[in-house]
Design a protein around this ligand. Structure first.
Ligand SMILES: Cc1ncc(COP(=O)(O)O)c(C=O)c1O
Length: 425
């Protein structure tokens, strides 16, 4: 098969006829498929559903000498803090266990900057005229939404195969109005990139002009390998501390893609100084989070090894789904030269970069043929992808047979969009 860019007009027209026919046949099947969001599939949820039973055998609901059914221990059960400290490579006293979603902790951390300021702010950010924020992109749409909600001026930082372009970051943080940055350091959403040690060193050693700069280190996929073994990852708190930057960073994680999304436990990790400050503010907001659920999680995993063993079972379900997506792209799209993509070993997404100018059209064609994809542009601040090229594929939810069909629609739609674009040129 020739690359589309090398085809003559007649060849493109002949190909268009063929692809249009395939597309129409798929559309006629009136399918309803979804590869839009990184949701675990039913098989994964079934696999962990025993967690709802583990407390039945507990007669007293005691843990660490604490009755988990009662108020108290705002920062979480000591055993739960220890478990996540082991996972993140930090000390238990630097871990705070929150509610059922890390996004809420992230939102709240930023909200507190606006209402109260940070440990080292001159004034709450709500009193500032402008707050600028660094957004490595493609990135996680909900991060960008949080920034947008607070009226931040988002600045796109290009992603490279080793993480955010640090030359750009180091230049931008010279501006005192730049107050922070989003990072998904391991299996980034959507690229699936692991930040290199050098990128992490450069981030941890930054000297931003804003002394209350906030590094939002969202380690959502810290143990989420689906191909190969668990990859150990540097502890960002320790890295920042090496450069006197211990108060710069908040790290986040959750069990959303380990047990139940929306019904797991979330954590943040931060310096002692930040911890005292946050606890002071959170104390006005909540008496204690759901320790019953924390105990369920402790009983279910037991320790880090228990967690990693469970992640292997998730991988056994997710690996074939990612293989299905990657194989389809390799077979149907690679020979045509109309897109490139990452080949991640973990996380929840495959990030596809189509030839410029066809992501939106591809999305629309998919939709009309019964396949919902993440909105084209969603992976960029303000939903605007300057090249109209990046598409996030989320293979986790559909069963394999549906995934195969979904990829058929996706690839045919992309081919059709590419042909229409090339013929219109
Ligand atoms: C990078 C990233 N962070 C956070 C979340 C959401 O986490 P939670 O369910 O803990 O709010 C997701 C979900 O897709 C994500 O991809």
């Amino acid at each position: 098969m020739k690359k589309y860019a090398e085809m003559s007009k007649d060849e493109l027209l002949a190909e268009l006829e063929l692809v249009q026919e395939k597309y129409d046949a798929l559309k006629a099947q009136k399918l309803s498929l979804n590869m839009a969001r990184g949701k675990p599939g039913k098989e994964q949820l079934d696999m962990v559903s025993d967690i709802t039973e583990v407390l039945k055998a507990d007669s007293d609901y005691m843990c660490d000498g604490i009755d988990v059914r009662n108020y108290g221990n705002l920062e979480g059960l000591p055993s739960c803090r220890k478990l996540f400290a082991d996972v993140l490579g930090v000390q238990p006293e630097n871990v705070f266990i929150g509610g059922s979603a890390s996004l809420q902790l992230m939102y709240d951390t930023i909200a507190k900057c606006y209402t109260h300021g940070r440990v080292n702010s001159d004034k709450p950010w709500a009193k500032l005229d402008v707050v600028k924020w660094l957004c490595p992109a493609p990135g996680y749409d909900r991060h960008f939404k949080v920034s947008e909600t607070f009226g931040m001026q988002m600045i796109t930082v290009p992603m490279t195969p080793t993480g955010p372009d640090m030359d750009v970051v180091e230049e931008l943080i010279r501006d005192p109005e730049v107050k922070g940055m989003w990072c998904v350091p391991k299996y980034s959403n959507p690229d699936g990139i692991i930040y290199s040690d050098e990128t992490i060193r450069r981030i941890a050693s930054m000297k931003p002009a804003a002394k209350d700069f906030l590094l939002m280190w969202d380690n959502a996929y810290c143990i989420h390998e689906f191909f190969g073994d668990y990859v150990p990852f540097p502890d960002i708190l320790g890295e920042c501390a090496k450069y006197g930057n211990e108060d710069m960073v908040f790290e986040f994680a959750s069990t959303s893609k380990i047990t139940f999304p929306g019904a797991g436990v979330s954590v943040f990790a931060c310096s002692t100084h930040n911890m005292e400050y946050m606890k002071g503010l959170l104390n006005a907001q909540i008496i204690s989070y759901d320790k019953v659920n924390q105990l369920r999680h402790i009983r279910f995993f037991k320790d880090k090894d228990g967690l990693l063993a469970l992640m292997k079972k998730h991988a056994a379900i997710l690996g074939p789904k990612f293989r299905c997506v990657l194989d389809a792209l390799e077979r149907e799209i690679a020979p045509l030269g109309i897109a490139e993509w990452q080949r991640p070993n973990g996380g929840y997404f495959v990030s596809v970069n189509t030839m410029p100018g066809i992501a939106k059209a591809t999305w629309k064609l998919c939709k009309e043929a019964g396949l919902t994809m993440t909105g084209a542009g969603a992976t960029f601040p303000y939903g605007k992808d300057p090249k109209d090229s990046n598409m996030r594929v989320a293979p986790s939810l559909p069963p394999i047979d549906q995934l195969e069909k979904a990829m058929e629609i996706y690839c045919v739609s992309m081919r059709l969009a590419a042909l229409q674009k090339l013929l219109a040129a």
